[in-house]
Design a protein. Structure first.
Length: 469
């Protein structure tokens, strides 16, 4: 049997490496036992190549990347042990075919060679997301050519599709392929967790572990986005690609272990492919669900948001700046500061705004700032024609900003904040995902203004917004 024959999810805490963790490895003994079992299972399957999927290599907003050099190596120097090094041959033929197949299916895939790495200022080294699980494969004598894939910030549907393409390329080339997704679950399980504590983190891990054990893949796609954000995980995208590689395959397996003694969830799961399923795969369902979801968003858009979206779409299609409607909605007749936010697949795609009115009325303010969010936000490439159907918009109309005496007068769900020191000022809107404390809200606003986090001599202002979706 050829094609994808084995898949697995493995965590990647460097402390799992004995040379690094020392006696602390005992704290995650269940994980070590399970990852050794995973490695033994790979050895028994004896794949021709191994596709690794990491969340810690070169990450792009619009592409999946693959490190591409004849010999690929990495070490743990960032964790104090540069002498612990692993090297592998690149599975060149498979990498070339995978890249071409993905790009033909409109999943942008970038091969990172030495010249590209220098240009983009990224490292041509295997990261710890690859190295930790491969350390244990190396321990049992497995050293196969690899395809080191790094996730992109694409939609989960696109990531699942990429996994399916791995499967199809493996079948066409008649390779036996093992897919290892590297990722940790929530980073917010305890008060001492590296990303801080969130009471919802354990709920996320409990649900995801259950769905992985029962292979309720569709339920994973149904998980609440806010819950995902609160978990602070790094494994959902890699495992989504892994699950795509098992689409319409009959597999046996499940979760071997789960624990989180250091505030981070570590799950190990393995799956053996036994053949193909006859029923329809999840891939078609996912795109139909996405299409339906976007259609519902469009049908429920407020007139304010429709104006913002129309501004962007008309400019992309015809390079024309639209005029406000001849008969203005009363909500658009006044004057105020406005922020327009654009998202794609739940991720920010652009946000530009004005803290005070600069145009004759709200309609003009919205049009101007919508175009700024789409084409002038320096953090992102300008929006292009191919993606306009996937974009969602929100418009925040700012109320009057009022000075406050202390951080205790803030509520990140209710109030936005402006932080000033001299000529520098930073603004943060209220009710943003992941911003659940006034302290965090002020720190982010300080960073945006270029004000040191520890600076106490600041002026605080708060404001309310009317948010339109």
């Amino acid at each position: 049997m050829t094609g994808v024959v084995f898949s697995a999810l493995a965590p990647h805490p460097p402390i799992l490496i004995p040379e690094i963790g020392g006696d602390e490895v005992k704290e995650i003994a269940k994980t070590q036992v399970s990852i050794r079992k995973l490695a033994q299972e790979v050895k028994e399957v004896n794949p021709d190549i191994i596709v690794t999927i990491s969340p810690h290599g070169p990450i792009f907003s619009d592409a999946i990347s693959i490190l591409s050099a004849e010999i690929l190596s990495g070490d743990f120097r960032n964790f104090g042990r540069k002498d612990v090094e692993l090297s592998y041959k690149l599975a060149e033929n498979f990498t070339s075919e995978l890249t071409m197949a993905a790009n033909k299916n409109k999943i942008t895939t970038a091969r990172i060679d030495e010249a590209t790495a220098r240009k983009l200022e990224v490292k041509m080294k295997l990261d710890h997301g690859v190295l930790v699980p491969m350390y244990y494969l190396n321990e049992v004598g497995v050293n196969k050519p690899i395809v080191p894939v790094t996730i992109g910030m694409l939609s989960y549907e696109e990531l699942y599709t990429f996994g399916k393409i791995i499967q199809l390329v493996a079948e066409r080339l008649e390779y036996k392929v093992a897919v290892i997704a590297s990722g940790d679950l929530s980073h917010r399980l305890t008060e001492t967790a590296p990303a801080g504590y969130d009471p919802k983190a354990r709920d996320f891990d409990k649900r995801l572990v259950h769905y992985l054990n029962t292979l309720e893949v569709e339920s994973i796609f149904d998980m609440d986005n806010q819950l995902i954000q609160r978990a602070g995980e790094c494994g959902l995208r890699p495992l989504t690609m892994m699950l795509g590689a098992m689409d319409r395959l009959n597999v046996e397996g499940g979760v071997l272990s789960y624990e989180g003694p250091f505030g981070v969830g570590y799950a190990v799961a393995t799956y053996h492919v036994k053949g193909k399923k006859e029923e329809v795969g999840l891939l078609d369902k996912l795109y139909e669900r996405k299409k339906k979801r976007l259609s519902e968003i469009r049908s429920n858009e407020s007139e304010v948001v429709k104006l913002a979206r129309k501004s962007v779409e008309e400019y992309i299609k015809n390079r024309e700046v639209i005029e406000p409607p001849a008969k203005l909605d009363p909500k658009l007749a006044g004057r105020a500061g406005v922020f327009v936010s654009i998202k794609k697949n739940g991720n920010l795609r652009g946000c530009i705004g004005t803290t005070q009115p600069t145009k004759a009325n709200l309609a003009y303010e919205i049009i101007n700032n919508a175009l700024g969010a789409a084409f002038e936000d320096p953090r992102f490439e300008p929006v292009n024609l191919n993606e306009i159907d996937e974009l969602t918009y929100s418009v925040d109309v700012l109320g009057e900003a009022k000075s406050i005496e202390s951080i205790e007068e803030l509520d990140p769900k209710k109030y936005g904040v402006i932080v000033r020191r001299g000529e520098r000022a930073g603004l943060l809107l209220p009710d943003l995902e992941g911003v659940d404390t006034a302290k965090k809200q002020v720190e982010i606003a300080k960073r945006k203004a270029g004000i040191p986090i520890e600076e106490k001599d600041i002026e605080l202002m708060r404001f309310t917004v009317t948010r339109y979706k």
